[in-house]
Write a protein that binds this ligand. Structure first.
Ligand code: F6R
Length: 612
């Protein structure tokens, strides 16, 4: 996730771009840059760090009279957050610049081909490929060149292009990454999101996939990328205020991030798998097949929600790659006498990449000779810098303190990693991997289809249960970590005491707690432990406990046993963690809301725990 702004009109360009970027900073903030036409050339200023660093770097250019330009605030996906990797990126001449949000999946072969053709690259980004590709096709018409170049591109993009030879216009294009155009008297805007436009106009056009726009001060043309046909798009009037717009109309970042999960999951597997052939590609793991085959142990190392993702990962890695897996709480791991060596693989999992305990654990594992492959959301963070390789989750910035989309993206990354290990070790063949990848491919759509219904269920549940002060979450096998995660979400944002338990452990203690005052949330997929889970539900019921179940739609038996049932679709058992997690996030959210809690910034919690 990055933020793009572009403007063509009559205002001075720098204040418009900087103001827009500030309003999009929630989309990414590791580096930023702007470009505008000046004296027959394009001036480009970029800076690593937050926007104020860019603002300082622009001090000398305040007097520019240009009224056309592009800006970008970056959340790195390919290449560390540095000035060289900051957008806008340019072609060989420096006279054509591109800002981009998305992931170019085939950037590597394109880059190699363009290099062979004599293009010189100056960054590690996928975006720079776009600039050179457009340059390759550019004669005298930027629109034509962009149309042609995009035919070679696979992946997702929202992009803005500016060329010194046609300084009165910008080109915008979109495929699977958001881009909205703003219209006002003799001026046109483009932006990744509405907040950047609101101070200037409420009249917008949402670009759809496969569309390209030519923006000039007094005109706007939108064409289809397929055949170049001019499209007649509807202008819409935005009714949000600026605060609502930043959260895309959602009440809280947490809710917005819950709803972003289909995209976050998709962006995390995009370009890394071939479901048809059953191949997983993770070039970030630079371990030879020999090393992977020699591994004697995998350690998943994390804290909090990321640890829960690790607990799920253990089942996948053990089952598919046939490797013993330990899942370690980093704060405990770091003080143990560890049995690790050069045949172990340690996988730190961290959204922020800065969690102190996880980092300390990583360092110890490294010292003992273990290979380190991290799973992380923040490019260039300390954990990624100290790892031998990182499989990035592409969830975009997570602002809500309670982790939601980062968790399901971590699940996605570990799922791929587990299959990758199986592929390299030969413990699954390509047809078996293919089935698992096809299942994952469907998850974004399934989640998207269900979100609204789950949200409605969560809000009805909250109406009834928000005054309770204790909850027990039960799950077995892959749903045990999800029970832990569901309980953690509830306690951290609603301050209700909630415990997650392996359902089979109930008899060993917690069953004593069951009464009318402690609702039990039971996770009951139709998998190989279904009957066992149903027995647990019966046990709760017979002790006059209140059962809230999450179960497969059409499961009438479970429905009869439940006071309230949230239905989920039936998917392959290994995919249940994705499906069962999201309703629980929404339940926690709605209960916290009903209790009047500060959902995005719960008391006593910090987004990134950089101290012990
Ligand atoms: C809970 C939550 C925390 C984090 C934990 C680790 O919603 O967000 O439990 O998961 O602090 O943080 P990272 O993943 O940044 O290492």
């Amino acid at each position: 996730m990055c933020g793009i702004v572009g403007y063509v009109g009559h205002r001075r360009i720098l204040p418009v771009l900087l103001d827009g970027l500030k309003r999009l900073e929630y989309r990414g903030y590791d580096s930023a840059g702007v470009a505008w036409p000046e004296n027959g050339d394009v001036k480009r200023v970029r800076a690593k760090g937050k926007l104020n660093v860019l603002e300082d770097a622009l001090e000398d250019f305040r007097s520019t009279k240009s009224s056309v330009g592009l800006g970008h605030t970056r959340w790195a996906t390919h290449g560390r957050p540095t000035e060289e990797n900051a957008h806008p990126h340019c072609d060989c001449t420096g006279r054509l610049v591109v800002v981009h949000n998305g992931i170019i999946e085939n950037y590597f072969p394109l880059r190699e081909q363009l290099k062979e053709e004599g293009h010189t690259f100056r960054s590690d980004t996928d975006t720079e490929v776009l600039a050179h590709l457009i340059e390759k096709y550019l004669e005298d018409d930027l629109e034509k060149a962009v149309m042609r170049a995009l035919k070679d591109v696979e992946g997702a993009y929202a992009l803005g292009v500016l060329w010194a030879e046609q300084p009165e216009m910008l080109i915008a294009a979109r495929k699977q990454s958001p881009l909205v155009l703003g219209l006002s008297e003799n001026e046109c805007f483009m932006a990744s999101d509405i907040p950047a436009l609101l101070p200037y106009t409420k009249r917008v056009i949402f670009l759809d996939d496969g569309e390209l726009a030519v923006l000039k001060a007094g005109s706007l043309k939108i064409v289809s990328l397929d055949d170049g046909k001019i499209l007649d798009k509807e202008v819409q009037e935005i009714k949000w205020d600026a605060g609502m717009a930043e959260k895309a109309g959602y009440k809280h970042f947490m809710l917005k991030e819950i709803y972003e999960q289909p995209d976050a999951i998709l962006n995390t597997f995009r370009g890394r798998m071939e479901p048809e052939t059953g191949k997983v590609e993770l070039p970030e793991i630079e371990l030879s097949t020999d090393v992977i085959r020699r591994l004697n142990k995998v350690v998943l190392l994390a804290c909090g929600t990321s640890w829960h993702a690790g607990l799920v990962g253990k089942y996948w890695i053990e089952k598919w790659a046939r490797l013993p897996v330990e899942v370690e709480l980093a704060s405990e791991f770091r003080y143990r006498d560890l049995l690790l060596d050069e045949n172990s693989l340690t996988i730190p999992i961290s959204q922020s990449g800065e969690t102190a305990d996880t980092l300390a654990g990583l360092r110890i594992a490294k010292e003992l000779g273990s290979s380190i492959i991290s799973i992380c959301n923040v490019v260039g963070s300390t954990i990624t810098r100290e790892s031998d390789g990182t499989v990035y989750t592409h969830a975009g910035p997570e602002i809500g303190v309670a982790s939601t989309k980062a968790f399901t993206s971590q699940l996605t990354a570990i799922y791929l990693l587990a299959l990758y290990l199986a592929q390299q070790r030969g413990t699954l063949d390509h047809s078996q991997i293919s089935v698992k990848l096809k299942g994952l491919l469907d998850i974004p759509r399934i989640v998207q289809d269900r979100l609204k219904a789950w949200h409605n269920d969560a809000s009805s549940l909250a109406d009834e249960f928000y005054t309770y002060s204790d909850f027990l979450y039960l799950g077995r096998h892959l749903q045990f970590p999800i029970a832990l995660e569901g309980a953690l979400k509830l306690k951290e944002i609603s301050y209700i005491h909630a415990e997650g338990y392996a359902a089979g452990e109930m008899k060993h203690g917690p069953i004593a707690l069951i009464d009318r005052n402690m609702p039990v949330v039971a996770l009951v997929p139709q998998d190989h432990v279904y009957e066992k889970m149903v027995s647990n539900v019966e046990e709760v019921k017979s002790r006059r406990g209140i059962v809230i179940s999450v179960g497969v739609e059409g499961d009438e038996g479970l429905q009869r046993l439940s006071h309230f049932m949230v239905s989920v679709p039936k998917v392959a058992p290994e995919l249940n963690p994705f499906i069962f997690t999201i309703p629980l996030q929404l339940v926690a959210y709605e209960i916290a809301l009903a209790r009047g809690c500060d959902v995005d910034q719960p008391r006593n919690l910090a987004k990134s725990v950089t101290v012990e």
